[in-house]
Design a protein around this ligand. Structure first.
Ligand SMILES: Cc1cc2nc3c(=O)[nH]c(=O)nc-3n(C[C@H](O)[C@H](O)[C@H](O)COP(=O)(O)O)c2cc1C
Length: 176
């Protein structure tokens, strides 16, 4: 059943601080509110990331592009910060949180946890966006440039991804 809402965009979650940093992949992430800006992400308690988010109450969402596929899969298939040795991401300081951002990502969104709740076997973390940095090339006029290869996971449990067609379909609202 879980494949029914796919393809889903995939993001990286950076958690932890100083010598306790980790990165994992997530599909289950959504906006919850615009004022204040709040997002939510569902994370399984078995993941190392889960403990780091509970401990530091903050994380960074890094937006990968398809040229980061290998790193996304290492982040999403290996557990614990040992995986960082296999990954080729560069950590850079974030502005409002101590958890670092990823230089190679198209954007980094700094979040502070405002609430957490268990739903079944997952924990849903709601977090306020306190700052973001974006690669200006990737987001001209507040619109992602799909040529950069924003990635979507084809189906859960697979290592398959798709990128977006460059054709844009649009009907102006006044014509509806
Ligand atoms: C593309 C992709 C998407 C994933 N999405 C989620 C997700 O939304 N929530 C979750 O808890 N795990 C998700 N996972 C699984 C975790 O990323 C994976 O178990 C990871 O190894 C956890 O790392 P950690 O234990 O170092 O925190 C996903 C994995 C992949 C490959």
């Amino acid at each position: 059943m879980w494949h029914l809402l796919y393809p889903m965009r995939t993001f990286l979650i950076v958690s932890g601080q100083e010598n306790e940093i980790n990165v994992m992949a997530v599909d289950w992430l959504t906006y919850l509110s615009t004022k204040p800006p709040i997002i939510g992400v569902s994370i399984h308690p078995a993941h190392y990331t889960h403990g780091l988010i509970k401990k530091y109450k903050e994380f960074v969402i890094s937006v990968p592009t398809i040229n980061m596929l290998r790193d996304v899969l290492i982040a999403g298939r290996k557990s614990g910060s040992e995986k960082l040795k296999k990954m080729s991401v560069t950590f850079i300081p974030s502005k409002k949180v101590k958890t670092p951002s990823i230089k190679e990502a198209a954007a980094n969104i700094e979040c502070r946890v405002v609430e957490e709740k268990s739903y079944g076997n997952y924990t849903f973390f709601a977090a306020e966006i306190v700052n973001f940095i974006q690669n200006e090339e990737a987001f001209k006029n507040n619109q992602p440039d799909v040529k950069l290869g924003f990635m979507a996971h084809l189906a859960p449990g697979t290592n398959k991804f798709v990128v977006f067609d460059e054709e844009i379909y649009e009907i102006p609202t006044r014509e509806l």
